[in-house]
Design a protein around this ligand. Structure first.
Ligand code: GTP
Length: 395
């Protein structure tokens, strides 16, 4: 059942403090899909959305199905480990809270590589903000097809593993993309999630269609102000002194996160005190490219297939808004490893520059090679005609 958040829900009912939900999960797990499910449900609430992307070019705001909600984008770095981004988050919250028309709820979508705990801690950095908001819960999306390759990523042995951190931090774990795996996989994943996080409720979904009553208004954190006063939330690196949160994490041989860096030790603290611990996988990078001219669809399809064939393992995420020659609609491109989706969306506006933008996130990405490949796809009429002639000559 797809439950809307009704008037009886505690999510809607808190009079004084605005509930904040953090949506997290590894790259491509389905966070934006869940966000759209929440925003398009009939709950009658005003929801402010704060998004943080890993790439420099903002694609996510094009993918969010906006209605009356307001979307704030933060693309200047990862929210969990760049101090400026967390300061930005506080500034956005201050602006939101100063408005005469209040929001009923705030959703924060973290980047797919973020550790949600420092993000949660940010809500208590500023006393005024901490008094006015209530951290309702951390909802972690899990990609049923790909999560295990990230949990067991051999390159992260002995390092912080964000896929693990995100599951540890969850109040709710949503095992998504169940259409791509079979029942035995789902059961194995449920057990694996339970081994990592014994307190979180585990849900399963296809296209993030979860009962919203299960993920919003859950009261995962007791009191924001109390947490803000709790030195463990901001400061301790002792493993075992964890944030006062409802669940436990059983560390085992599958747990690749840095055991010096417990869940109660946000990256903010690591940075501010220069303590060791939290570090993103340094082998993962992003490449953001924009194109002021449309692509030729024939070339683009060939380029995309070759890219995914050759680099699908390393390509954690690809998303883009693409313009094709002779096509009035923008196209949305999404790929998670080799699972790709390219589909038309709404029309380009008449007064709008048809700027294509693509963000690649993964390992061994070479910006020049990617750009050269996409330049080859550009629909310069002479170029395209020449190539087609070549193809005809060859057949
Ligand atoms: N097959 C299948 N695809 C899904 C499902 N849920 C989401 N997707 C697709 O997976 C891709 C990634 O989904 P998003 O919601 O953008 O994932 P995300 O976590 O927001 O991605 P990032 O913000 O880049 O980390 C999109 O193409 C979605 O349409 C699902 O249950 N099954």
């Amino acid at each position: 059942m797809h439950g809307a958040v009704g008037a009886a829900s505690p999510f809607a009912a808190k009079p004084s403090q605005i509930p904040v939900t953090i949506l997290t999960g590894f790259l491509g797990a389905g966070k934006t899909t869940l966000l759209n499910h929440i925003l398009t449900a009939r709950h009658g609430m005003r929801i402010a959305v704060i998004e943080n992307e890993f790439g420099e070019v903002d694609v996510d705001s094009d993918l969010v199905e906006t209605s009356s909600e307001e979307i704030f984008q933060m693309t200047n770095g990862c929210i969990c480990c760049v101090v400026d981004v967390r300061t930005d988050l506080v500034r956005i919250l201050q602006t939101l809270l100063a408005r005469p028309e209040k929001f009923d709820a705030i959703l924060v979508e973290t980047s797919g590589l973020a550790d949600p705990m420092p993000v949660a801690a940010t809500f208590f950095m500023d006393n005024d903000v901490a008094r006015q908001v209530r951290l309702d819960g951390v909802v972690t999306l899990v990609d049923a097809l790909h999560v295990e390759s990230h949990l067991d990523d051999p390159q992260l042995k002995g390092m912080d593993n964000q896929a693990v951190d995100q599951i540890i931090a969850a109040d709710r774990i949503v095992i998504n993309k169940t259409d791509l795996v079979d029942m035995a996989d789902i059961r194995r994943l449920q057990q694996r999630m339970r081994d990592i996080n014994q307190g979180a409720q585990i849900l399963v979904s296809c296209h993030a269609q979860v009962d919203l009553g299960q993920i919003l208004g859950i009261g995962g954190f007791e009191s924001g102000v109390a947490l803000a006063d709790d030195p463990l939330f901001f400061g301790s690196h002792d493993h075992g002194h964890e944030l006062e949160h409802e669940h436990d994490h059983a560390c085992d041989e599958h747990c690749a996160h840095d055991h010096e860096h417990g869940r109660g030790a946000p990256a903010s603290v690591c940075e501010q005190t220069a303590a060791p611990g939290h570090q993103h996988d340094p082998s993962v990078s992003s490449v953001s490219l924009t194109f002021a001219a449309p692509f030729d669809r024939w070339h683009f399809d060939i380029w995309l297939k070759q890219l995914l064939d050759a680099q699908g393992d390393d390509l954690f995420r690809l998303k883009g808004i693409v313009a094709f020659a002779g096509e009035s609609r923008r196209h949305v491109l999404q790929a998670v490893h080799r699972i790709v989706d390219l589909r038309p969306a709404d029309d380009w506006r008449a007064d709008e520059a048809r700027i294509g933008k693509l963000v690649f996130i993964g390992r061994n990405l070479d910006a020049d090679t990617l750009k050269a490949g996409l330049d080859w796809c550009l629909a310069a009429p002479v170029h395209a005609a020449h190539e087609h002639r070549l193809l005809e000559a060859a057949t």
